[in-house]
Design a protein around this ligand. Structure first.
Ligand SMILES: NC(=O)c1ccc[n+]([C@@H]2O[C@H](COP(=O)([O-])OP(=O)(O)OC[C@H]3O[C@@H](n4cnc5c(N)ncnc54)[C@H](OP(=O)(O)O)[C@@H]3O)[C@@H](O)[C@H]2O)c1
Length: 296
């Protein structure tokens, strides 16, 4: 059966890549890209990936009718939750509407630290979302990804386009950073064929990159992109704070990088992803190569 699929927060890092994959998949009838502004240039660009299939739709927590309309007739839903103070409410609203309208499968993008023990922050909010779906009794898969390689693209405190220095206070911590395009790949596989979720023993799986690297090893990979001069890495927390302030970048990430320094991201989880997609997750070198013009 060809499926109608809704992606919430569809214009973001994961949603854009997922839209691209679904737009070229013959099993897909319609891809709805949930956004607060369907007329924004990013929304229009995504539509042009495949005008006959991709529909940017208004999706705004402040406008409950927009959520009702966006979910109408949807078979599968990818629940991506924007990082905000309203994550729990956002998820509850979407899940209730999905239940009401008979959506038959959800892939929820969660986080590696989602657990009943998490007391606050994204771990607690994502756990609440997972439990909400379980309570609604909708068939679902929770994908729990680790920290993204894309921090180098989206966090100015870490790196800004064209610079030859990046700021990552993760010490000797080994990190299995993930290319978040692989979240989109696994999600697309599941959304277009929900029976793939039967490969899982649980209703969730962890996903990381294929290898663990320190910040110094990341520097070596980035340096391979340039013939002229090596990349520089500022390892101190003070340098990161200063650069974050200079670039108006969120300082909350300091805690995440401290966790990385202490080994929180040092385990790789790739086997379920490989079973589901027939592909290994991207290495950092591949990520760097694909974004070489950003780093040069
Ligand atoms: N970054 C990481 O390392 C990491 C690791 C593991 C898990 N995650 C999880 O990944 C999710 C984020 O995914 P992503 O990076 O694809 O998202 P994103 O790019 O940050 O945002 C996705 C979209 O959400 C909409 N949005 C942003 N702020 C909003 C707000 N306050 N209210 C409503 N909509 C808002 C925007 O779309 P419009 O403007 O078009 O509405 C945006 O394009 C989070 O749940 C996070 O916990 C992240």
């Amino acid at each position: 059966m060809k499926r109608t699929i809704l992606i919430t927060a569809g214009t973001g890092n994961i949603g854009s890549e997922l839209t691209a994959l679904l737009a070229s998949n013959p099993q897909v009838k319609e891809v709805r890209v949930g956004t607060r502004n369907p007329e924004a240039s990013k929304s229009k660009l995504l539509k042009d990936f495949n005008k006959g299939i991709v529909k940017p739709v208004k999706f705004d927590l402040e406008d409950s009718q927009s959520i009702i309309e966006a979910v109408k007739g949807v078979d599968s839903l990818c629940l991506i939750t924007p990082l905000s103070d309203t994550m729990v409410e956002y998820q509850e609203t979407v899940i209730q509407e999905a239940k009401k309208q008979g959506v038959d499968y959800i892939v929820k993008v969660s986080v590696d630290v989602a657990s009943p023990e998490a007391q606050e922050g994204p771990g607690a909010a994502h756990w609440a979302g997972e439990e909400n779906i379980r309570g609604a009794n909708i068939k679902a898969t929770m994908l729990r990804p680790t920290i993204f390689m894309q921090h180098l693209l989206i966090v100015p405190g870490v790196y800004e386009k064209g610079d030859d220095t990046f700021y990552l206070p993760t010490g000797d911590g080994k990190m299995a950073l993930l290319d978040c395009r692989d979240i989109a790949l696994a999600t697309a596989a599941l959304l277009t064929d929900p029976s793939k979720s039967d490969l899982l023993d649980e209703d969730y799986f962890m996903l990381t990159g294929p290898e663990t690297l320190t910040a110094e090893e990341i520097k070596q990979e980035l340096s391979k992109l340039s013939k002229d001069k090596p990349f520089a890495h500022e390892a101190s927390e003070e340098a990161f704070i200063q650069h974050s302030n200079k670039t108006n970048s969120p300082l909350e990430l300091k805690g995440v990088y401290e966790a990385g320094k202490n080994g929180a991201f040092s385990t790789t989880y790739t086997s379920t992803f490989e079973k589901m997609t027939g592909k290994r997750p991207n290495s950092f070198a591949r990520f760097a190569w694909d974004h070489r013009y950003y780093f040069q």
